[in-house]
Design a protein around this ligand. Structure first.
Ligand code: THU
Length: 136
């Protein structure tokens, strides 16, 4: 799947962001190795701590349906859903990616539009990460 198609999916995902406290909407589209796309949005909570990021929503949906292998994720975000800057994944989400993805090959696409985007590997965004292989 092309980067543009995954970006389009992230723009679908952000529509459901539930952000009554921060007003900062995030959308994620996670591509599994089987070719399926899982959408995720951030879901906030009045008690703040239970808030879940868009990326982890997407991973939870995928893993709970039996997917554990992934090729790429696209992330978009912005105040009130206006995508003016690049939104990078938080540290907790990078660690969750480390659980299921090969840091050398998993692609993280940070987008502002269909044509303005950056692509990183997980290893670039989480250098020297600790993961499942360390416990073997
Ligand atoms: N957020 C995400 O969904 N993903 C990130 O990687 C960064 C932060 C959300 C959490 C919260 O709902 C809002 O953005 C402001 O922190």
């Amino acid at each position: 799947m092309s980067e543009q198609l995954l970006i389009k999916e992230a723009f679908e995902a952000i529509k459901f962001a539930y952000v009554p406290y921060s007003n900062f909407k995030v959308g994620a589209a996670l591509l599994s190795k089987s070719g399926k796309v899982y959408h995720g949005c951030n879901i906030e909570s009045a008690s703040y701590t239970p808030t879940i990021c868009a990326e982890r929503t997407a991973f939870s949906k995928a893993v709970s349906e039996g997917e554990t292998q992934f090729d790429a994720i696209c992330i978009i975000g912005g105040k009130k859903g206006n995508i003016e800057n690049f939104t990078y994944p938080c540290g907790v989400c990078r660690q969750v990616m480390m659980e299921f993805c090969d840091p050398a090959t998993f692609k993280i696409i940070i987008a502002k539009s269909l044509t303005e985007y950056q692509t990183y590997t997980l290893a670039q965004l989480l250098p020297f990460g600790f993961g499942p292989s360390d416990l073997k």
